[in-house]
Design a protein around this ligand. Structure first.
Ligand code: OFO
Length: 170
């Protein structure tokens, strides 16, 4: 039977993953209507990944004899200023999520719930990858600045990343 404190904290993490999915969906929509189809594909894909992160937690809680809960989501901002603004927010959000996963892992150790600690290892590794991917994208966007041709290429690269992700290469 899963430890109650850990169950509540996992449900809270599942809420954050659900929020991430919604946030990236809002960003994808903005990109799609503002001339960045590659960034839109990348972010639509990423929204799906976040939903998968949420689902993994839901199934884990239920399998351990707990019960997954759906908590209310915070209101979402749907206006963005630029692609740089979007990926600055994505990176900040991923750093927030990393911190949250680390706190959660700390709780499992304090509660001696080593099984959940083991389950969270996947998330810890995933966050390293997510932060690094988002940081690389943001660096490229900053590098091209206001250069339209450069931005076109960054968008193409994001499209390629989305396709490679869909093919299971990332
Ligand atoms: Fe779920 O990793 Fe991003 O937020």
């Amino acid at each position: 039977m899963i430890n109650k404190n850990v169950e509540t904290a996992l449900n809270e993490q599942a809420r954050k993953e659900e929020f991430s999915a919604r946030l990236y969906l809002a960003m994808a929509i903005w990109c799609e209507v503002n001339g960045y189809p590659g960034a839109a594909s990348f972010l639509y894909d990423h929204a799906d990944e976040e939903r998968m992160h949420q689902m993994k937690i839901i199934h884990y809680i239920n399998e351990r004899g707990g019960m997954a809960a759906l908590y209310e989501l915070a209101a979402l901002k749907t206006e963005f200023n630029s692609l740089e603004d979007i990926f600055t927010q994505v990176l900040a959000h991923e750093e927030f999520i990393t911190n949250s996963i680390n706190e959660l892992y700390g709780l499992t150790m304090a509660e001696k719930d080593y099984t959940t600690g083991n389950f969270l290892q996947w998330y810890i590794t995933e966050q390293v990858e997510e932060e690094s991917t988002m940081r690389t994208i943001l660096d490229k966007i900053k590098l091209v600045g206001k250069d339209k041709a450069g931005m076109f290429h960054v968008d193409k690269e994001l499209e390629a990343m989305a396709q490679s992700n869909a093919a299971g290469n990332v």
